[in-house]
Design a binder for this molecule. Structure first.
Ligand SMILES: C[S@@+](CC[C@H](N)C(=O)[O-])C[C@H]1O[C@@H](n2cnc3c(N)ncnc32)[C@H](O)[C@@H]1O
Length: 198
């Protein structure tokens, strides 16, 4: 199925690229994870009914809608670009109207990822290369602090993982690589998911 067709199936519009707004230019641009890659991800990586997902840098919401459609679990998307956030909210309205049988909540917050307050039940965190290593570290420290307060299994799902992010997780955190899934040839060696677990 093409990207456009998949969007139509979900009743959303998530294609295209968007460069950062002036005040957020140190953060990376909008580009959605390819649907082909997401299909490969969920063949090997299944969410459980007790899981609660956060997509850091959620863009127009593709990950949120895709995972919700397949697993009907609660999802929160955090996006700093106001225009992109508004498009995610428009997508949410269309998606919910057309999928009333799916009942888990989907939320979007227009916020900096590093300022999001991790909820005690959030336990699957998705990143498609949204920001610098400095911001990523801050977000990971927030997740670790949350796991100290509320002990639970936590997964990080990284798409397009860059070496410096992997080195940080391997060398400076208790997260351990549990799975790698080759997913999208056009992105070369970066077209893979890495699942880190604690
Ligand atoms: C590569 S896109 C990924 C979109 C979506 N997660 C997906 O995989 O389809 C990264 C998004 O992160 C957003 N972003 C960048 N820095 C951010 C930050 N500090 N807090 C929240 N969102 C941020 C960008 O505006 C962009 O929409």
């Amino acid at each position: 199925m093409t990207e456009r067709k998949y969007d139509q199936t979900l009743h959303i519009k998530t294609d295209g690229l968007r460069e950062p707004q002036a005040h957020t230019e140190k953060y990376n641009r909008y580009e959605a994870t390819p649907y082909i890659a997401l299909e490969k991800l969920i063949k090997q990586y299944r969410l459980q009914p007790s899981d609660q997902v956060v997509d850091f840098g959620s863009g127009k919401g593709r990950i949120s809608f895709f995972l919700h459609y397949h697993f009907d679990v609660p999802i929160t998307g955090i996006e700093i670009n106001t225009l992109t956030y508004e498009e995610a909210m428009a997508n949410k309205q269309q998606y919910e109207q057309n999928n009333p049988h799916l009942t888990a909540p989907i939320k979007f917050e227009c916020n900096y990822a590093e300022q999001y307050r991790i909820a005690p039940k959030d336990n699957v965190f998705y990143f498609f290369n949204p920001f610098s290593l400095k911001t990523f570290k801050q977000v990971i420290y927030n997740i670790l602090a949350s796991t100290r307060r509320h002990k639970r299994k936590v997964d990080l799902v990284l798409y397009y993982p860059l070496p410096e992010f992997k080195n940080f997780l391997d060398q400076e955190t208790p997260f351990q690589l549990s799975e790698s899934i080759k997913a999208y040839k056009k992105h070369g060696k970066y077209g893979e998911f890495l699942i880190y677990r604690i």
